[in-house]
Design a binder for this molecule. Sequence first.
Ligand SMILES: Cc1cc2nc3c(=O)[nH]c(=O)nc-3n(C[C@H](O)[C@H](O)[C@H](O)COP(=O)(O)O)c2cc1C
Length: 178
Amino acid sequence: MSIIVSMKITPTSEEIKLKENDFITSKTDLKGKITYCNESFIYFSGYEEADLIGQPHNIIRHPDMPRAVYRMMWENLQKQQEFFGIIKNLSKNGAYYWTFANVSSSFDEKGKPIGYYSVRRHASPQIINLLTPIYKEMVAEEGKHNNSNQAMDTSIQILNDLISDQQQSYSEFIYTHA
Ligand SMILES: Cc1cc2nc3c(=O)[nH]c(=O)nc-3n(C[C@H](O)[C@H](O)[C@H](O)COP(=O)(O)O)c2cc1C
């Protein structure tokens, strides 16, 4: 398994599109290690199930995704709030697939968080076209800073400039516009 984590995948320009009725689901432990994934997850990621279980969820992280989006996701989860995001993921063969993702916490019977789960469906071309240049700008901005907090602040500001209702978070914006 450690071989897969350290494997460097070169992204290609091949896109795999989700159909309207595709639902990609996964569950993780509290550290973000995959404990469950469905058939669609296996299909789009291109890995075998045995290669995915126990791996960190960033196994499908695409380098075009701004780190700030994941920062916001984890901040929401820590506050026990669900998160909505438009996520570009990386397949094992280098292809990419866009998803409209919902991530939330699982709780035990006492209300204690025991892990996370996520459901992804297709993302509309409109929201992908809107966010592609913004994500590009954010990734470039993040690359300019050695200081991680400063990088996150300036990167998130680029996203906030897009959101006309300044009371809305990115997650709320995606929920209402995707
Ligand atoms: C339930 C759940 C689902 C996630 N889904 C994805 C995903 O589809 N793609 C992704 O790149 N990261 C996903 N993540 C976030 C990763 O754990 C990780 O934070 C992210 O890939 C950034 O990786 P990095 O911190 O190594 O830069 C998910 C996390 C959780 C808890």
